[in-house]
Design a protein around this ligand. Structure first.
Ligand SMILES: Nc1nc2c(c(=O)[nH]1)N[C@H]1C(S)=C(S)[C@@H](COP(=O)(O)O)O[C@H]1N2
Ligand SMILES: [Mo]
Length: 256
């Protein structure tokens, strides 16, 4: 609501700048309360309010399945082992040197080991993965809710998207990446998974950490995530369409 006010205020200021001046009443008065603007612009503000507002959006959960419905063969698709030396070295040591970075428009950038990530409250869900290529598979995923990480980092006001930077270069087209909006970022089934079907996440499925964003198609679910970045716009990332496949023509919103 306040974000709307801010947007409206910007719009009103714009109109005023164009010569009106008459419309600067209600919203702008709020901005004249000493400290209001700095409070609104503070990094803590969005994490509190975005969370509340987004949790209220009423979007249903994706269907969850029974253990007995888990697919015996869950295809691994796209990259099944990143080629870089850095990744190979981390994998050889059981990812003990892995660090997840959370940065961009955040108050407290994070730099977390797998151990620290596994120590956070977790969520387990059995869901169906649908690939745009026409196959589906049911798997059990355990990980930390993305909302927990975003709360720890304190999203800055102005954040519109969360970007996931991956370790793999696919098809010689550059590093895989993806982005989602804050509604999906705070959705309770959006997790950073480190386990699949009760086992440590296998390399073909994105070890050590991969995104599950259960109301979208498979290509949104970034594997081999190294860095999570809060941004106002993804125009300057990759080729500017919000993801690896999006840059090659797929839809940014891949809802199912
Ligand atoms: N980093 C990375 N993430 C990725 C891909 C990829 O090639 N690299 N492929 C995507 C596609 S198209 C699908 S269907 C799923 C496949 O996940 P899976 O290998 O666990 O089945 O990962 C998605 N995330
Ligand atoms: Mo896919």
């Amino acid at each position: 609501m306040i974000r709307k006010l801010l947007t409206r205020r910007t719009a009103l200021t714009g109109i005023a700048g164009a010569g009106s001046g008459l419309l600067l009443s209600g919203c702008d008065r709020i901005m004249q309360i000493p400290g209001a603007l700095s409070m609104l612009e503070s990094a803590e503000f969005l994490s509190l309010h975005a969370q509340r507002a987004l949790l209220r959006d009423g979007r249903p959960l994706a269907r969850e399945y029974e253990r007995s419905e888990i697919s015996r063969n869950f295809k691994a698709n796209g990259t099944t082992r990143p080629q870089s030396m850095e990744y190979a070295q981390m994998a050889m040591d059981g990812f003990s040197a892995y660090r997840l970075k959370v940065d961009g428009l955040v108050a407290r950038p994070l730099d977390l080991s797998l151990e620290q990530i596994r120590g956070l409250p977790s969520r387990t869900q059995i869901t169906r993965h649908d690939c745009v290529e026409g196959w589906s598979a049911i798997g059990e995923w355990t990980g930390v809710p993305l909302s927990t990480l975003l709360q720890m980092a304190g999203l800055g006001n102005g954040t519109q998207y969360i970007v996931f930077h991956c370790a793999d270069d696919l098809l010689g087209q550059g590093l895989y990446y993806e982005s989602i909006d804050l509604i999906d970022a705070y959705h309770p089934q959006t997790i950073m998974a480190y386990a699949m079907n009760g086992q440590t996440l296998p390399i073909p499925h994105g070890a050590p950490l991969r995104l599950r964003v259960e109301r979208q198609l498979g290509y949104k679910m970034a594997k081999y995530v190294m860095r999570i970045e809060a941004v106002a716009s993804f125009a300057n990332i990759g080729r500017g369409r919000g993801g690896f496949w999006e840059d090659l023509g797929y839809e940014w919103y891949a809802g199912i």
